[in-house]
Design a protein around this ligand. Structure first.
Ligand SMILES: [Zn+2]
Ligand SMILES: [Zn+2]
Length: 195
């Protein structure tokens, strides 16, 4: 599919057209091509894992173009706050990281000096800018752990403290006890009332 068709698809899923959709669609097309993935939603769908480094508009575009998602364990969210994603081909183990170039923002402004709204200028500019202007690209190596792969859960154990179950080796062993991460002090919440 061409860029326009993919962008339209992505906008439908995301809910609006924004610079992030344009960037995310182009980032995905480039990453897939460089990783050697032709048909991410068809014949190649079991070959691909994407690591996204941002939870922003562009992340939705990456999801709609690659078909990768958290629920399928094919999208990994790395909370780095960077406009970047790595595309891993599981068959060849080739991994390509694509990073949005910082100077593309300035170039966008220069391309459309008459558009006052900088997001509108970015939106229009990103559509016509070349991949080399928009992104840096690097070959990377990474190891996908067996417990992070798609497929059935590898393990399932009970937390000795709260009694909740933990899958895929996310438990922590401490002083002879098996703990979930919250009980080991790594929780994002505190229980206020347990009914
Ligand atoms: Zn958006
Ligand atoms: Zn627990």
């Amino acid at each position: 599919m061409n860029f326009e068709a993919l962008l339209e698809q992505s906008v439908q899923i995301h809910g609006h057209l924004c610079p992030g959709q344009v960037l995310g669609v182009k980032m995905s097309m480039l990453g897939l091509k460089e990783a050697g993935i032709e048909d991410p939603k068809g014949k190649d769908r079991k070959k691909i894992i994407v690591f996204v480094e941002m939870d922003r508009c562009a992340t939705d575009a990456v999801q709609s173009i690659t078909g990768c998602s958290l629920g399928h364990r094919t999208m990994k969210f790395m909370d780095y706050g960077k406009m970047a994603a790595t595309f891993l081909n599981l068959e060849t183990n080739r991994a390509v990281r694509v990073v949005a170039r910082e100077d593309s923002r300035e170039k966008a402004k220069a391309l459309f000096p008459d558009i006052e709204d900088k997001y509108k200028a970015q939106l229009e500019a990103y559509k016509i800018m070349a991949d080399e202007e928009l992104f840096d690209i690097m070959e990377v190596s990474l190891q996908l752990k067996p417990e992070d792969r798609p497929g059935r859960p590898m393990t399932r154990v009970k937390c000795d403290m709260c009694g909740e179950y933990v899958q895929d080796m996310r438990e922590i062993e401490r002083d002879g006890k098996t703990l979930c991460r919250p009980c080991a002090g790594e929780g994002y919440y505190k229980v206020v009332h347990n009914s």
